[in-house]
Ligand binder design. Structure first.
Ligand code: PEP
Ligand code: MG
Length: 320
């Protein structure tokens, strides 16, 4: 099994008819960095940064944050790393004065960061500095975006900090890309509006599903209702993929859905050829993508978009 996985990892990332795709790793802890290499992920598509805030010592310390990003960049050379801004709130609870009736609908992600500017600017500076050390490899990802105003403020703040760092003779990556998580349904519906204001879109199907279906992703009592294969999730993803094509904006997926091998085929069929997932799940996805043609995937897409229930999607997928 191990050597078979190894052989798979070393296989070229292209469909049976030669269309390339990119598989990256989701990473949360420094200890997971070696998996990027083991499973031959092309860098990190989602670096969750909340774990740093669990260690009080690196909390609110720009240099320690910067060291963490440099360690990540060093370990993943020469591939890109997408650093997601601190996504507190919801299921990621931190003692920042969050006590809310509906934390998932409350003060989380970018909403919180925009109210905590020193925290936001400190993190952005740490990211920008490390990006300057390894130019061309870092991308910034903004969690829980809901409004175009949030996007504008983030874009302006990044520019402002780049200029400040340059004035202080710090090396900066002039072309650093800033992208948005698509996890609040309105952003998917308005994908074209958001795409025009950003460098890339990354669909977070974990949250997108819970918000679209109004099902708490962590509540076991209703877990039968939580399914990322739901037909409405597929139709929403399709809308984002189309908006990406119309505007020339890259679209990727970093939620759990991308680690479901048949779902990955469907995503590729929609034109989303960059997927990020838990590294250990990468070989199975790669095998599925390598052994089908894009035409087969296209066919799967047209069928999935006709499904009306999750059960129909399941049966379609098990026959694929
Ligand atoms: C998501 O919501 O799909 C996602 C990737 O982010 P997280 O699971 O960290 O909320
Ligand atoms: Mg999320």
């Amino acid at each position: 099994e191990h050597s078979r996985e190894q052989a798979l990892c070393e296989k070229k990332s292209e469909t049976a008819d030669g269309h390339p795709f990119v598989l990256r790793a989701n990473v949360e802890f420094q200890e997971e960095l070696n998996f990027v290499d083991i499973y031959q992920a092309e860098g990190i598509g989602l670096l969750r940064t909340e774990s740093m805030y669990l260690h009080q010592s690196s909390f609110r310390d720009e240099e320690k944050q910067c060291d963490f990003y440099r360690t990540v960049l060093k370990a993943t050379h020469p591939h890109p790393v997408t650093v997601r801004l601190f996504d507190a709130g919801g299921d990621k609870f931190f003692d920042l004065g969050q006590e809310e009736q509906n934390p998932f609908l409350g003060w989380r992600g970018i909403r919180m960061l925009l109210d905590q500017r020193p925290l936001l600017e400190q993190q952005l500076k740490a990211i920008l500095k490390s990006a300057g050390t390894y130019p061309g490899r870092t991308r910034i990802l903004v969690p829980m975006v809901t409004t175009l105003d949030e996007v504008e403020i983030i874009n302006k703040t990044v520019k402002k900090l780049q200029n400040q760092l340059k004035e202080n003779n710090c090396k900066v990556d002039e072309d650093i890309e800033v992208g948005l998580m698509v996890e609040v349904p309105n952003v998917a519906v308005q994908a074209e509006d958001f795409a025009r204001k950003t460098d890339f879109l990354s669909i977070g199907t974990n949250d997108l599903t819970q918000y679209l279906l109004a099902v708490d992703r962590g509540n076991e009592r209703i877990s039968n209702l939580y399914d990322q294969r739901h037909p409405a999730v597929w139709r929403l993803i399709q809308m984002v993929a189309e908006a990406g094509k119309r505007t020339g904006t890259p679209v990727s997926v970093c939620g759990e859905l991308s680690s479901d091998p048949v779902a990955a085929c469907c995503l590729l069929g929609m034109g989303i050829n960059e997927l990020s997932m838990t590294p250990a799940l990468l070989p199975k996805v790669k095998q599925a993508l390598c052994s089908h043609t894009l035409k087969e995937m296209d066919q799967l897409v047209s069928e999935v978009l006709k499904c009306t229930t999750t059960a129909e999607v399941d049966s379609l997928f098990s026959n694929f």
